[in-house]
Design a protein around this ligand. Structure first.
Ligand SMILES: [Zn+2]
Ligand SMILES: [Zn+2]
Length: 643
């Protein structure tokens, strides 16, 4: 406090600043130094840095005291930066080879990157080869990515001169200061960060091209989307290409047709799924499993309507924050919104009675069908649809119960993921730009989620600004057999809706208190989860999930009466069984059943009939010994999950 030492610190501070590293180590460095100047020990791995939590280039200079952590190329974030930088390289190659192509957007994706171009014809596979070759040369040149901050007007001027009309249109929506990035002669509008230079891309591959629309809207112009990927080393790319080949074989749209599970018809509406008998059976099995597991965990099943009055959607904040994704309709002059979420009816159930602190927590579960307007360009089989059913629940609890409730949901997710053999990763998504509720509530809610993750000792990544409009959330991403990540469970803490709907309970003090609301799903959208399951199992569902568990194959017509008797016994026991009594060669019938990936084939011949047994044959081709029908039923039942 005003002694000699603090005076000297203040004087030094004019030219020195303090950088704090994640391990707490502080270093004094000259003001204006670039991050890369003291990243020596990181040189090999670091591709960018986090400066006070914001991702920046290694070439960024430091002007005041900051905390810095490095982003390794091996991390998810580092890989994203690598791939996004690769998109810039591809765009440069395209502009050099096809100067009239106009730039739009080029983000990184879960497994690579794409860039959309407005060009007067579709790019051909030969074009892609040329672009890939040119991109490799740009990588060889090891061009630095150079950032320049400019005023919006200057940027508009720059892109207008280049004829980049889409960039100009996008700029109109941006704040006053923007950043441009240049490598070689190529300039793009971008927030960054990027790799230090193009040479850091050690493996680069273009994958395919497809048509899309400007801003994903079918009323807009068709654009050419070129997909590619990039990796820190060539081996990882080879591995990825092998995985892609396997994924093509497992594509749920292809298998969904071959296994006769579902269809989507342009004439019925894009993104609207029609379940055929086997697909509907698969979904019913999943839904029965879910109901049972929820009831075991103290949930109550509820059912809400598809339409609710518009006024209610205004009160909940959906109309203000979620309108773009909603469908509306008019009935007898009253306006309604088709539900995009299931929350509202659940709150009305809560409000239908006076609740006491002893009644809580209340856990309402609904297999709730919702409709959301996803852009037509983004629809994809079962994975991205417009109508879907969530395994949705809302838990209303006291603040002191929050930690236990979140913990119980995390355990629930863990149990369910094990049943399907999925590993998973956890992310914490924080407050988005469009949101309702007070700052302190967002803080409390985020803290509650963090606390629960800590209690459960789970490691997680943070997704800035990816929360729901009413609260932060934990996102669970499962990893399938091909190591791809898919969003499934979410847990959201919400202080805002109970406030807006004036939900209360009477506390032990006789006063009225506000409950906290948790929104959560475990599998997420059933459609999406089924799509993931089809690809995860390559259509060969485990016995408990398989829509058809066994098929009876007669050797000749003579065996039909015996087969009918076995059929009656099996369906009586709830085994899902099909008959193939056609007068065809047995080998042919077996092959067809194998293509249908039915777990058990039961051949009905002389020996089975005389011994009163069945001889199950597994879809792998392996035959089991003849067994009595009771034992076969036990065998099937033993393959059901126990959690
Ligand atoms: Zn960029
Ligand atoms: Zn909800």
């Amino acid at each position: 406090m005003g002694d000699a030492s603090s005076v000297s610190t203040e004087m030094r501070a004019e030219e020195q600043i303090t950088v704090t590293f994640p391990n707490g180590v502080k270093r004094s460095i000259p003001k204006g130094a670039k991050i890369k100047e003291f990243s020596d020990q990181w040189e090999k791995e670091a591709v960018a840095a986090q400066m006070n939590g914001v991702s920046v280039d290694l070439s960024r200079s430091l002007e005041k005291d900051v905390s810095i952590s490095f982003i390794s190329i091996q991390s998810r974030k580092g890989l994203e930066i690598l791939r996004h930088s690769a998109a810039h390289v591809m765009a440069q190659a395209v502009k050099e080879l096809f100067p009239t192509a106009k730039l739009t957007f080029g983000p990184s994706t879960e497994s690579g990157f794409y860039y959309d171009f407005d060009y007067d014809r579709a790019f051909t596979p030969q074009d892609l080869e040329k672009i890939e070759k040119r991109a490799s040369e740009i990588i060889q040149q090891d061009l630095p990515f150079i950032r320049k901050e400019v005023s919006k007007e200057e940027a508009i001027q720059t892109f207008r001169e280049m004829g980049e009309t889409y960039k100009v249109e996008h700029l109109e929506e941006l704040p006053d200061r923007v950043s441009l990035y240049r490598q070689g002669t190529f300039v793009d509008l971008c927030e960054g960060p990027h790799l230090p230079s193009t040479g850091r891309i050690k493996a680069f591959k273009l994958l395919n091209v497809s048509g899309t629309y400007w801003r994903g809207d079918a009323r807009n112009k068709v654009l050419q989307r070129i997909y590619g990927t990039a990796f820190p080393e060539p081996k990882a790319l080879e591995e990825y290409l092998r995985m892609l080949e396997e994924a093509r074989k497992r594509d749920h749209r292809k298998l969904g047709k071959e296994l006769d599970l579902f269809s989507i018809h342009e004439e019925a509406g894009p993104g609207l799924v029609i379940y055929h008998p086997k697909g509907a059976m698969l979904r019913t099995v999943l839904e029965d499993f879910e109901k049972k597991e929820h009831l075991k965990r103290g949930y109550q099943i509820v059912i809400g309507p598809q339409l609710l009055r518009l006024d209610l959607w205004k009160r909940s904040g959906h109309f203000e924050n979620y309108r773009d994704k909603m469908y509306f309709t008019k009935v007898e002059d009253a306006e309604y919104g088709i539900k995009p979420m299931n929350c509202l009816a659940h709150m009305l159930i809560y409000k239908s009675q006076i609740r006491s602190y002893r009644d809580l927590p209340l856990r309402y579960f609904e297999l709730g069908t919702v409709h959301r307007h996803e852009k037509s360009g983004e629809l994809h089989g079962l994975l991205r649809v417009r109508g879907f059913t969530q395994d949705d629940a809302h838990i209303l609890c006291r603040p002191d119960q929050l930690n236990d409730e979140i913990g119980a949901i995390i355990d629930f997710v863990d149990d369910v993921m094990k049943v399907f053999g999925f590993e998973y990763e956890v992310e914490l998504s924080t407050r988005p730009e469009k949101s309702i509720g007070a700052d302190e509530d967002w803080e409390r809610a985020t803290h509650a989620l963090l606390q629960a993750l800590k209690t459960k000792n789970l490691s997680f990544e943070i997704n800035e600004g990816e929360g729901a409009f009413y609260g932060p959330k934990i996102d669970v991403k499962l990893k399938d057999a091909l190591h791809r990540r898919w969003q499934c469970a979410t847990i959201q803490v919400d202080f805002a809706m109970p406030e807006r709907f004036d939900l209360t309970y009477v506390g032990s003090d006789g006063e009225r208190h506000r409950p906290v609301m948790l929104h959560r799903v475990i599998l997420g959208a059933m459609e999406r989860f089924i799509g993931v399951l089809i690809e995860h199992y390559a259509g060969a569902f485990p016995v408990w999930l398989a829509p058809i568990q066994a098929i009876l194959l007669t050797v000749t017509d003579r065996h039909i009466p015996y087969a009918e008797k076995i059929y009656a016994q099996l369906i009586e026991k709830g085994i899902r069984v099909e008959k193939d009594f056609r007068n065809e060669k047995l080998g042919f019938k077996i092959r067809e059943a194998q293509i249908q990936k039915i777990p058990y084939m039961l051949v009905m011949g002389d020996r089975e009939e005389s011994e009163e047994t069945v001889s199950p044959r597994q879809r792998s081709g392996e035959g089991l010994k003849g067994m009595r029908i009771e034992d076969f039923i036990k065998q099937v039942e033993s393959e059901y999950p126990t959690i």
